[in-house]
Write a protein that binds this ligand. Structure first.
Ligand code: SAM
Length: 285
């Protein structure tokens, strides 16, 4: 029988005298069922090229290498690179890159390793940079089929919810503009070494083939979204007017809201993605 992952993790940590770095969000997965769920949810087959962010000591990487055609694993911690070299030595379809994922030219990697065809992204993410990683992947327009990642439970909830709930905000709208979110599993703290202070969840973001709304100026729409949720207790007309860079009078906002059949005292948290797209088109004219 295969060695238990917890024992294996503890052995590797001891053998290499590995010291966990809190600043890199290092919480290693030690639960086989969770690993299986991630691989199944990402829907990985032998034709797939997978980008893994933060392989750690390679636990998820090994599962990925067995299911996928090839795996590119980007790890920031230089102390993990020799360990990965050792523990993954039997696999010939893994490339480990010692880099900060936020600085890697992912498009160049996709071109080089997968001939520009869409990749799948899988990770137990370092939670301190979840949003920049996900938004960077979407906004860069790198060809991606789906992103299946472990994130903080609250963040998974925020990505998935719709208008009128307390978790709804700029992240919900940004994620849902690019992808269809689906929470695959909630994952308790005891599935990691060391235990994180927060609950976790695996979420799959399936990239839309076509955007769910059309908007003339995407950036303008997201400026409105950020302004609306920066001051989420304020009415939308006040929140947008208060954001100097938008240069909008209250009257302009009220007129646009009227044209959309919405109350002039409405708050941003009630607006759908379609509403923000329409409002942006009206206000950028
Ligand atoms: N995949 C491993 C697992 O599931 O056991 C480790 C996951 S751990 C939550 C996050 C990993 O991301 C760590 O190995 C950490 O060193 C790495 N990491 C943190 N910041 C990073 C960055 N900016 N770029 C690449 N890797 C990073």
């Amino acid at each position: 029988m295969e060695q238990n992952i917890t024992q294996r993790t503890i052995e590797i940590i001891k053998k290499y005298d590995f010291v966990f770095q809190k600043k890199f969000g290092q919480n290693f997965l030690i639960d086989q069922r969770v690993l299986d769920k991630i691989i199944a949810a990402a829907d990985i087959g032998p034709d797939d090229c997978v980008l893994e962010i933060g392989p750690g000591i390679g636990t998820l990487t090994r599962c990925l290498a067995e299911a996928a055609g090839q795996v590119i694993a980007v790890e920031i911690d230089k102390n993990l690179i020799p360990i990965l070299g050792d523990v993954l030595s039997e696999y010939h379809n893994i490339t480990v890159i010692n880099e900060d994922i936020l600085k890697v030219d992912i498009q160049a990697l996709v071109d080089e390793k997968n001939g520009g065809r869409p990749i799948k992204v899988v990770a137990n993410l370092p939670y301190y940079i979840t949003t920049p990683i996900i938004m960077g992947l979407f906004e860069s327009n790198v060809p991606i089929d789906n992103i299946t990642v472990m994130v903080q439970k609250e963040v998974a909830d925020r990505m998935q919810v719709g208008p009128g709930t307390k978790d709804y905000g700029a992240l919900s709208l940004a994620v849902q503009y690019y992808a269809e979110p689906y929470i695959v599993a909630n994952v308790p703290q005891n599935c990691f070494i060391p235990r994180p202070n927060v609950g976790s969840a695996v979420i799959r973001l399936t990239r839309h083939k076509e955007k769910p709304v059309t908007v003339k100026n995407e950036q303008h729409m997201f400026r409105l979204v950020r302004a609306a949720f920066n001051q989420r207790r304020k009415t939308l007309q006040n929140a947008l007017h208060n954001m100097a860079e938008l240069n909008l009078s209250k009257e302009q906002v009220v007129n646009a809201l009227k044209e959309m059949g919405l109350s002039e005292t409405i708050r941003g948290e009630k607006l759908t993605l379609e509403d923000f797209a329409r409002l942006s088109d009206l206000l950028s004219e």
